[in-house]
Design a protein around this ligand. Sequence first.
Ligand code: NAG
Ligand code: NAG
Ligand code: NAG
Length: 428
Amino acid sequence: MMLLLMVSMFCPCPLEIQRGSTTNLAPWMMSVAASTIDRKIIDRLVTGDGEIIEGTSINTYDMGNELHPFTYGGLCGDLDDSVKGKIVLCNLRDEGSGLLRAGAKGAVMVEEHSSYVASTFLLPAIVVGSDGGEKLRKYIKGSAKPVARIERTSTVVDSAAPFVAPFSSRGPNRLVPDILKPDVSAPGLNILSAWSPEAAIPGYADAQSLQYNFMTGTSSSCPHAAGAAAYVKSFHRDWSPAAIRSALMTTALPIDPSKNSDAEFAFGAGQINPVAATNPGLVYDVGVDDYILTLCGIGYNSSDIGLISGEERTCPSDYKGSPRDLNYPSMALRIDTGAPYRANFSRTVTNVGAESSAYNASIETSGKIDVKVEPDALTFGSLNEKQSLVVTVSWHEGLALGELARATLTWSDGLHNVRSPIVVYTFV
Ligand SMILES: *[C@@H]1O[C@H](CO)[C@@H](O)[C@H](O)[C@H]1NC(C)=O
Ligand SMILES: *[C@@H]1O[C@H](CO)[C@@H](O)[C@H](O)[C@H]1NC(C)=O
Ligand SMILES: *[C@@H]1O[C@H](CO)[C@@H](O)[C@H](O)[C@H]1NC(C)=O
């Protein structure tokens, strides 16, 4: 009998994700994108003519070095026992129960877009992209006696990691365009996780019990981020949720935008670094009153706000603030054609590093926008001391539709680097 050790979820998510698809946009939430980790899962199919096709699956079955008859099964829907003892090439991906019932030795499943998501199957299997599938169809057609074997899964260090998974929702923020979402990225692709032996296994009708499973999705990234937040909290019991989020954002590992053209709309501030987040130096803190002013600024009235905050709140009648003034660790600005030439973000940082410390600002910009910060040096004489600053962003020429101009502001005291992403963009 077959023993299933690990199973991963079939991801129903589309591969081409649209900008503006991020949900959970409230400014008091931490929105987490799904990034890759440096364990890359590799599977290989070897054909009789020595060709090696790479694919993705969690294949714990060991076929040894023996080659098996290899045949084409189309969609592999209704298979008869002509596939018995053979490796079958299928135009569709499923968990493999039909193939198993028909006595197939293994399966090669072709997916149009090559997938990063590794799943287990009920028999030795590998998922290949359409190019690989085409090569294999040609091999089967052109060979008098096609044979193949599927190798056991191995892993290699992925030097391209981290980057954001194709299925992870993209910013900008459709509700409050001037607050960047997602906030950060955390591992969410092919994550080995503990699994309740009582729980059902997604994609499998028959009840089997597991202790571990490979999972993929932002639903795997969020527990990483929540765990990192709890870890930071364990060092700083008195920090607010916003201070913890700030620590996770400003210490995040930058992700190379050449790996995700949506840049900050894909990865936010970058991939969380829980250890660095315990000692961020400075935090951008936010309290309940600040969130309420933000809601006032985007047109919520007192009764709307009461529904959210659970208490009577009135907006100051003369309030003219913008969500850009919320003390967020990132800065975002949506512009239209004919938009103003410059915009300000006001911020306040709180010293949580050394009692007496001095920070200098440094700015990196992609060139489309100029960024200035005033003051550009901050000195602190005590812990929890606050200092205010204004970041001014200006641009010389308009942005094209869908263009994203990027910059970063980093405060450094030589020990801590407190990094904030800045984005200016157009969006319809
Ligand atoms: C507040 O706005 C909501 C719509 O968002 C409206 O139904 C309600 O009557 C308003 N309340 C007041 C006190 O203006
Ligand atoms: C923006 O900030 C700069 C520097 O603090 C200040 O001189 C300017 O008046 C501000 N502009 C607006 C529109 O608030
Ligand atoms: C900050 O800038 C001042 C003046 O340029 C310099 O003397 C100091 O060493 C800088 N501090 C750090 C931490 O870079």
